[in-house]
Design a protein. Structure first.
Length: 318
């Protein structure tokens, strides 16, 4: 079943111009998905000295999604990078931007980074001035707040800085192999259960609720750290399944007599995926057993037959 979800995810990733070899292109979120955030407020620092230079404003541009590198975190904590949606200027600056930089600077992987230490100090030393400049520049429209660096004519966004990129990737994928309770760390070298390729694999991928390690007897060798031997999945397949699940939730999720289900198609040839997904969406909209559903189902089967599309369907009830 997961291979079917991964197939959908791989198709969507390709169609959206994303790249599995660059996981950030899949993990980052569009901060302006609903069109409410029209401005980008950039807290600008000198790239070499990290001297505060002021706040500049740009119009939001979808081509900057990877450079902004936004991914929302908990409401009471920092986001995954120092890029955040402005709610209240003071709160966003202190609890999101400064907190994000402090979290990365204090992470054991980056505690020796002079760049991050200087940036954190410059942010805190200039906090009042930065806040005044944000309030002065912010208009009535929603705005995104981020950090920016200038080096002569060159401009660097959050997504151009290696420390930020590495921290983002590690944090975004940590749930695939780590659970804080019990300090469980489950990853190793093996063969992925979906693509059958050998490499680093994770054992705690839990986007579907059919897999648990809360009982010691559920995992290989009665050791939760070796859960990757029970359900091994590589990073690329984990990302593909995530993309596929998002699509299922939005388009192929229905309800039958009070029980929710996913309708998951798997095609033999990838070229047929677009037409199959479009047709299945229509079928999922009406799941009452009546004449409308019966006719839609007949049309689906006729469509598959007439177009020589080889496809099977998994119904996953939950």
């Amino acid at each position: 079943m997961l291979s079917s979800v991964a197939q959908i995810g791989n198709y969507l990733i390709k169609e959206e111009g994303k790249d599995l070899s660059n996981p950030l292109s899949i993990l980052v979120e569009n901060p302006n998905v609903k069109g409410n955030y029209k401005d980008i407020l950039k807290i600008v620092f000198d790239y070499n000295t990290l001297e505060y230079l002021g706040v500049s404003i740009d119009e939001y541009d979808g081509s900057k999604i990877l450079k902004l590198m936004y991914k929302g975190g908990p409401s009471n904590g920092a986001d995954f990078s120092p890029t955040s949606k402005i709610t209240e200027p003071e709160k966003t600056l202190k609890k999101k931007i400064i907190k994000a930089v402090a979290d990365i600077a204090n992470n054991k992987e980056y505690k020796n980074s002079e760049f991050l230490k200087k940036l954190e100090k410059s942010l805190k030393d200039n906090e009042c001035n930065i806040l005044e400049d944000i309030i002065d520049k912010k208009g009535k429209d929603g705005a995104i707040l981020t950090i920016n660096f200038e080096d002569g004519e060159n401009e660097y966004f959050v997504g151009d800085i290696e420390e930020f990129k590495n921290y983002f990737l590690n944090r975004a994928t940590k749930d695939y192999y780590y659970i804080k309770t019990g300090n469980i760390n489950s990853k190793g070298l093996g063969v992925c259960s979906i693509c059958n390729e050998k490499g680093e694999i994770y054992g705690l991928f839990r986007k579907f609720g059919f897999y648990s390690i809360d009982k010691v007897g559920n995992v290989s060798g009665f050791n939760p750290n070796e859960a990757w031997k029970t359900f091994p999945i590589c990073l690329k397949c984990a990302l593909a399944v995530e993309e596929g699940k998002k699509y299922l939730d939005e388009n192929l999720r229905g309800r039958f007599y009070g029980t929710e289900f996913y309708m998951i198609p798997k095609v033999l040839f990838d070229k047929d995926m677009e037409r199959v997904l479009e047709t299945y969406r229509e079928l999922t909209k009406n799941t009452k057993i009546n004449k409308i559903y019966y006719n839609t189902e007949k049309q689906l089967l006729r469509f598959l037959k007439n177009n020589d599309i080889y496809c099977y369907t998994t119904f996953m009830f939950f």
